[in-house]
Write a protein that binds this ligand. Structure first.
Ligand SMILES: O=C[C@H](O)COP(=O)(O)O
Length: 307
């Protein structure tokens, strides 16, 4: 759609009310026993299993892909009466895309590539756009772009809109997740406005963080972004997905995010098509909790290594 500046300017965020609401989220619901196990299995299907490190190697990426195909030990799944679950996607840097695509061949698990000068988004604009096409041609079917934070910080919504729209066009058939890097946007009001502009420009998902900012996914930010998604759906009929990313490493936290998602956006969003966790180590803790559910014992976390 066109950039609707009246709508963008009208977006506000009452920080103290949002923080109060966020503080109660983890205290209101408690999932036990098989309900907890079922929600944790659901969470696994929504993980973008991620490795974004300078020392990534093909071997590490292949091990991560093996984990994406078989995220939980077979005996634990058998005891739960479940089979055939996988993570939502595997997320890597461009250079690792061909390795991940080959390792996931035939599984239907998509490969997501971080792009556009990730994480800072400050390389030459033309190169940032070209990077998207390179990753799509290498086989990535999901592209996680980073926005120029300065457009938000200077209130240049038109520049942000144009940038995201051009990036969306470069993605072609690939799904685009727009990383807002909320920890660098200065205020929750800016988060609300940037979320709206990214959706107006065609983002399929809005994502909190690269995982490299000093503050990554938080509950207050999630509340603001989910409400922007709800608002956008109510006004346009389009469902945009949500991806909190960075620092989500505990099974308990994943349940809190899913409960917030259900409260704010409803059951339609409880699917990998509309919700993902960007996380490198969350799966290990979830597997550990599932093992505890089945055996009554906790194993050491090193037994649930990711890569
Ligand atoms: O998008 C995903 C993040 O980079 C992962 O962050 P994490 O290593 O804190 O889980």
């Amino acid at each position: 759609m066109a950039l609707d500046m009246d709508w963008v300017r009208a977006a506000q965020a009452n920080t103290s009310a949002i923080e109060r609401r966020a503080a109660t989220i983890g205290t209101r619901r408690s999932l036990k026993k098989e309900h907890q196990a079922a929600w944790l299995l659901k969470a696994i299907t929504m993980i973008d299993l991620t490795t974004l490190a300078g020392d990534d190697t093909p071997g590490r990426v292949r091990r991560l892909c093996a984990k994406a195909r078989q995220p939980v030990r077979e005996d634990i799944l058998a005891a739960l009466g479940v089979e055939g679950i996988t993570t939502g996607a595997v997320c890597v840097y461009h250079e690792m895309v061909p390795t991940a695509v080959a390792a996931l061949k035939g599984t239907g698990i998509p490969v997501a590539a971080v792009s556009t000068g990730f994480p800072a988004g400050l390389s030459p604009y033309k190169l940032r756009l070209a990077e998207i096409g390179e990753s799509v041609r290498a086989g990535a079917s999901e592209i996680d772009i980073v926005i120029s934070r300065r457009h938000v910080l200077t209130g240049d919504w038109q520049a942000l809109f144009d940038e995201v729209r051009e990036m969306r066009a470069e993605c072609g058939d690939a799904h685009m997740k727009a990383i807002l890097a909320t920890g660098e946007l200065g205020s929750l009001r800016n988060v609300a406005r940037a979320s709206l502009v990214a959706m107006m420009a065609g983002a399929d998902f809005i994502k909190t963080s690269t995982g490299k900012e000093s503050v990554n996914a938080t509950l207050p930010v999630s509340l603001v972004m989910m409400r922007a998604i709800r608002d956008y759906h109510e006004r346009t009929g389009y469902r945009v997905g949500y991806k909190p990313a960075g620092g989500i490493s505990k099974a308990k936290d994943s349940l809190i995010y899913l409960s917030l998602l259900k409260d704010e956006l409803g059951d339609a969003w409880l699917s990998p098509h509309l919700f993902r966790f960007g996380a490198s180590s969350l799966l290990g803790d979830i597997e550990r909790q599932l093992e505890h559910h089945v055996t009554g014992h906790y194993s050491a976390s090193y037994r649930h290594a990711m890569g």
